[in-house]
Structure formats: C-alpha cells, structure tokens
Write a protein that binds this ligand. Sequence first.
Ligand SMILES: [Zn+2]
Length: 126
Amino acid sequence: MADTDHLYPPQSPYETGLKGRCPRCGEGHLFKGFISPAERCEVCDLDLAFADAGDGPAVFVILFAGFLVLGSALWVEIAYEPPMWVHLVIFLPMVLFVVVGMLRPLKGLLIALQYRNKAEQGRLER
Ligand SMILES: [Zn+2]
C-alpha cells in the first residue's frame, strides 16, 4: 500500500485484526469508535483510508450468529419444549452478545487481510 511498508516487520493479520490493531505496525489502534476505522495509525502514520470492509463482517456475523443461536434454540425446543418466554430470555440476549461481540474483531480481521493481500477495487490497465 505505502512505500514504507518494507520498514515494518510483517504482522499476522489474524493477531492484529482480531485485536483491532494497525495491520502494518501492530501497535496503533485500528478503530476510533466501536467499528469506525481511524483515519491514520497514531504510531506508524499508515493512512487507513483503504480500510473498507463493506458488508463483509456483517455477513459473517449473521451467518455465524444464525447458525449458533438458531441451532441452540432449536435444540432447546426439541429437547425440553420450554414455554416461549424461556426462548426470549435466553436467545434474545445471546443474539446481542454474539453479534456485538463478533462484529469488531471480524471487521478488524477483514481490514487486516485487505491490507495484507493488497485487496482493492479492480482497475482497467490503459
Ligand atoms: Zn501502525
């Protein structure tokens, strides 16, 4: 991405991304809010304008949360046949914890992988 990338040792995109750290130096913060990417790394000054994971993290979170929570709810229903309020008390908070807990690490991971693999929009060569 930048001319000075070779000055930094390669970072694991999994380690930096899941921790929400800069994909180049592994020290600076990747996010300025909960899931808003920072404009620049405060340690190595990497321009994070390339960081656009789009809907990628949400898709993975929805698929995983749907599998985990719906699978658990179906298993509980088949095994115990509890009243409906039990489902609401257990699985509504579970959806929130899974979704909120996974969104930031997954977005960080996808941005770190985007940096590592130099993924960007296709352009026509002229
Ligand atoms: Zn950095």
